[in-house]
Write a protein that binds this ligand. Structure first.
Ligand code: F6R
Length: 261
């Protein structure tokens, strides 16, 4: 796991966007996994800037989002599909038919989940998966206790996540209890995982993910088994890491050919 600690959320977002842009430049038809929530917003702003000012094109890119609320679709401002359109898709040149998000209105949820998995596999897998992390350590909406090899399926949100997401809906009662999420096994199959985390509320989940024992109790810890996981943090999210200094030394001393920036 590569841990990069930046001095601000903004510089972390810019670096994250550069890593994704590099994947697309090397492979214009890249398959990118996307996340919602507040964490990736700065990264999306930077991708939009790279598209508008530096000609980064998403025309051949295919995207797969991590998750969606059951019962919500484009008509609801808090659905992940409308969030994605508002924050990214409407501002870049990605083709509508290349956008994939679990269907919150699916009548047959298990069939939709299997088809989602099949589509990812048929296209050759995800080249880079963007991730945030919940205060309780969830990745996607794989709450504590999720199978470490799970695939796309229905999940019930924990009280902690309902509370954290109530800010978007106005009250906890309005947050849907059920979601469809890629599983931890789906996420682990991505060739690269890129996780961003900001703020002191994430510090414990980040500590467990990077330095804790691998356990379904902290789902993010599964990334310790990933071949290529890059974690970009701000100082507050990194505050509980015991090996902070070492991560900084590693990053500062990277050979030029390995550097992101
Ligand atoms: C969103 C997702 C979640 C969020 C996590 C953090 O697609 O999969 O795992 O990344 O809940 O949310 P924020 O970024 O709002 O703190």
């Amino acid at each position: 796991m590569e841990v990069i600690i930046k001095d601000s959320k903004k510089s972390a977002g810019i670096l994250g966007a550069k890593i994704i842009a590099d994947v697309i430049k090397k492979k214009p038809g890249a398959v990118i996994g996307l996340a919602t929530g507040s964490t990736p917003l700065g990264l999306y702003d930077e991708l939009v800037r790279l598209h508008r000012e530096e000609g980064l094109s998403f025309k051949e890119v295919t995207s797969f989002n991590l998750d969606e609320y059951v019962g919500l679709g484009i008509e609801h401002k808090c659905s992940f599909i409308s969030e994605m359109h508002q924050n990214l898709f409407s501002k870049i040149d990605i083709n509508n038919e290349s956008i994939n998000i679990p269907d919150g209105h699916a009548k047959n949820i298990p069939a939709m989940c299997s088809a989602y998995e099949e589509k990812i596999q048929n296209i050759g897998g995800i080249d880079i998966q963007l991730l945030g992390i919940g205060n309780d350590g969830h990745l996607g909406f794989n709450e504590p206790g999720s199978s470490l090899s799970s695939r796309t399926r229905l999940k019930t949100l924990s009280h902690e996540t309902l509370q954290a997401n109530a800010r978007h809906f106005g009250s906890i009662e309005q947050v849907p209890r059920h979601v469809v999420t890629m599983g931890l096994g789906t996420i682990m199959a991505a060739k690269t995982c890129l996780l961003l985390a900001f703020g002191e509320d994430k510090a414990e989940a980040v500590y467990q993910m990077v330095e804790g024992a691998v356990s379904a109790t902290w789902p993010g810890t599964i990334l310790q088994h990933h071949q290529r996981a890059v974690v970009i943090l701000d100082e507050a999210a990194a505050a509980k890491l015991k090996r902070r200094q070492y991560y900084n030394e590693v990053y500062a001393g990277k050979p030029d050919w390995q550097r992101w920036e």
